[in-house]
Ligand binder design. Structure first.
Ligand SMILES: Cc1cc2nc3c(=O)[nH]c(=O)nc-3n(C[C@H](O)[C@H](O)[C@H](O)COP(=O)(O)O)c2cc1C
Length: 179
């Protein structure tokens, strides 16, 4: 069993992450969830708190923990960001740490998995593809988005990979870590 940190950023696919958290907990893993401010526009903290049985963190500055980013980073075996917005991919690729989630990415020294989800035009922007390549070079795993109709009605590559595929990738990495 492993300690898994799930990062949720601001996209419609955030609701699918509830399935990922639920499944990981049912499989016996310890799961903590960190959300961006935008993510909370899509899914409430209470959903992830109920599923994980733990408080959801959304701020660097909280009254009960001074170094919340370091504590969460050190406690987890693996960090999976799903959905990963164009914004978080770009911040992570460029070392920007201006909120809790991005600061954890920078202070995390184990496996990081990104499951991007966005409009196909956004996904195909050279700057986003450049940032994705940078993240791969830096050692991150990218779960390629699926092709199809996105929530905005446009068709192309950009839908977040299925929760099953993301769960498989997490489990595969945990097995490698624990060998
Ligand atoms: C309805 C709606 C849906 C959105 N869906 C996405 C999305 O799927 N992917 C994405 O990269 N940005 C999406 N955005 C834009 C992000 O929420 C926005 O870039 C935000 O600043 C991301 O912040 P975060 O990365 O800190 O969560 C959406 C915005 C709205 C209003």
């Amino acid at each position: 069993m492993a300690e898994i940190l799930i990062g949720v950023t601001g996209g419609i696919a955030a609701y699918k992450t509830a399935t990922i958290v639920s499944q990981l907990c049912q499989r016996g893993h310890g799961v903590s969830v960190v959300m961006t401010e935008s993510a909370m526009e899509f899914v409430g903290k209470s959903t992830f708190e109920a599923l994980s049985g733990r408080p959801v963190r959304d701020s660097l500055f909280c009254s009960d923990k001074v170094h919340v980013h370091i504590e969460l980073s050190r406690a987890a075996d693996l960090f999976c960001i799903a959905p990963a917005t164009a914004n978080i991919l770009s911040k992570a690729a460029n070392g920007i740490a201006d909120d809790l989630l991005s600061t954890i990415i920078l202070s995390f020294d184990k496996t990081i998995i990104f499951a991007p989800a966005m409009n196909p035009v956004m996904w195909n922007k050279p700057v986003i593809q450049h940032n994705v390549r940078k993240l791969i070079e830096f050692g991150a795993t990218i779960i390629h988005p699926d092709s199809g109709r996105t929530s905005c009605g446009e068709i192309g590559v950009g839908r977040m990979a299925s929760p099953e595929l993301i769960l498989n990738e997490i489990e595969k990495n945990i097995c490698t870590i624990q060998q």
